[in-house]
Write a protein that binds this ligand. Structure first.
Ligand SMILES: CC(C)(COP(=O)(O)OP(=O)(O)OC[C@H]1O[C@@H](n2cnc3c(N)ncnc32)[C@H](O)[C@@H]1OP(=O)(O)O)[C@@H](O)C(=O)NCCC(=O)NCCS
Length: 150
């Protein structure tokens, strides 16, 4: 993880990251246009990328903050760079951004069967506060709603 840093995401980063979208998020994959629209909304959104010392982009994460509540919209690390602490770095960066934006809490939704992400979020202080039955895959997979108070 040494030498990996966070910086604001730019539209050009999609050239590197978007090819992994389907593999990373399956039925929850976003369109490229959705990312472009998210990046354009700098008032309420903040998207970060993690890049290594060679400028290689390895993952991204996004946050929306409205009226004291922040929501983690996405976190993804490219498959070859996983288990090196980059997901954790991105989550911490997003939580710091939520603090800067004076949020009182950070919420997120995660698939009930996504053990990697759930373990990561729990280890960063998020607690499950509810379940959205059948939220993913046309009713087949539940979402856990998680929250961290700031
Ligand atoms: C979830 C994801 C972002 C984690 O990224 P990462 O860079 O591999 O995570 P880190 O290396 O920072 O891991 C932090 C902790 O998360 C947990 N974790 C990460 N991957 C795990 C796995 N495959 N199984 C179990 N726990 C895992 C561990 O507790 C880990 O700490 P440790 O390595 O000290 O044991 C990555 O697997 C990913 O991009 N998945 C596909 C997209 C996705 O599901 N995003 C989340 C949507 S809500």
């Amino acid at each position: 993880m040494s030498g990996v840093r966070l910086r604001p995401m730019e539209e050009g980063d999609l050239d590197t990251l978007y090819p992994y979208e389907q593999q990373m998020f399956g039925s929850e994959a976003w369109s490229k246009l959705s990312y472009i629209e998210e990046l354009a909304d700098q008032d309420y959104r903040c998207y970060l990328v993690a890049e290594d010392a060679d400028g290689q982009v390895l993952g991204d994460g996004g946050l929306m903050t409205i009226d004291g509540t922040a929501q983690i919209m996405t976190v993804g690390v490219v498959p070859l760079a996983r288990r090196r602490g980059i997901g954790r770095l991105l989550v911490r960066g997003l939580v710091s951004e939520a603090v800067k934006r004076r949020a009182r809490e950070v919420l997120l939704e995660v698939r009930d069967d996504n053990d990697a992400a759930r373990t990561l979020y729990e280890s960063e202080g998020f607690e499950v506060i509810g379940t959205r039955r059948g939220y993913y895959e046309h009713g087949r997979v539940d979402a856990l709603v998680m929250r961290r108070e700031l």
